[in-house]
Design a protein around this ligand. Sequence first.
Ligand code: NAD
Length: 326
Amino acid sequence: MKIFITGGAGYIGSAVADELLAQHHDVVIYDSLVTGHKAAVPKGAEFIEGDLADDETLKKSLTREKLDAVVHLAALIEAGESMRDPGKYFRANLATSMQLIELAHAAGIGKFVFSSTAALYQSNDEPLTEESPLGPVNVYGQTKLMVEQTLDWYRQIHGLRYAALRYFNAAGAQPGRGEAHQPESHLIPLTLQVALGKLESVAVFGSDYPTPDGTCIRDYIHIADLVSAHLLVLNGLDEHEKLVYNLGSGHGYSVLEVIEMARKMSGHAIPAMDTPRRPGDAPRLVASPARIQRELGWQAKHSGLEEIISSAWEWHKSHPNGYAKK
Ligand SMILES: NC(=O)c1ccc[n+]([C@@H]2O[C@H](COP(=O)([O-])OP(=O)(O)OC[C@H]3O[C@@H](n4cnc5c(N)ncnc54)[C@H](O)[C@@H]3O)[C@@H](O)[C@H]2O)c1
């Protein structure tokens, strides 16, 4: 297949691109580098530096050759920021995605895989299935839900085949490839930056949630496991016109458990600082990945928190400035 990957210079997109190239697919990456890194673009991928908001460049890129599928990962990803500046997220994540879907349809591309999120579910004490009640508590999650709904209208009206992959928290690293968001807002890299001496402490946003230790609980999925689902799903779209899957490990860890594991892995005391709750955080989001396991045979192979954090620690130690040379 010839696959157009938006956001392929980012943490997850570059790893997805790498895997698709390894499976002998052709890959075109479209990324503005707003938060991504040119150095993360895998060898063998064609790279177009462009913004999804740039209609002309996007249209040209989608029509100059026959493409089989779009894998759409480009987005702004900070839930907290989306609660301070909702317009930025509606523009960057919703408006551009709607345009991408329309232009991809006009270009005759029949398959579309979308990076959705756990943030479109309501908090739940039970593992979340795809039927669990939706109800984003932040604008970021709302934009993802609206893109899923848009895709479904294109399926109904134009026969677009699509998959929505609801990622839980992607984490961990693979050789030469790790998490380097700018600015960083994710717990594991922030915690490890303290261990590296780059930050003095890690903030714990809220310790009065209705969870056993009072901090939020999340499901962490190793980047390698997340990536392995994409090809299964792209192939699955040959048979199914619509696939919606949770992608998580099925295990939940509190903020304090993550920090404790990072202390163990790094041997650093990692001071934690109690801070008020952050608007837009749900108390508990843990996946049931049963449906993708049952239907596509997908399995998480690296899901333990210890393996996730130790791989992340190796990456942060060897890449203290992420993909930057210095
Ligand atoms: N990281 C997670 O835990 C997680 C969880 C759930 C969903 N997701 C989704 O997965 C996707 C990738 O996340 P990530 O962690 O790799 O983030 P990232 O910031 O590392 O990657 C996003 C990439 O998209 C590019 N981009 C952003 N806006 C763009 C635009 N308008 N035009 C062109 N390129 C643009 C950035 O430059 C960057 O390379 C996002 O859609 C995110 O919402 C991530």
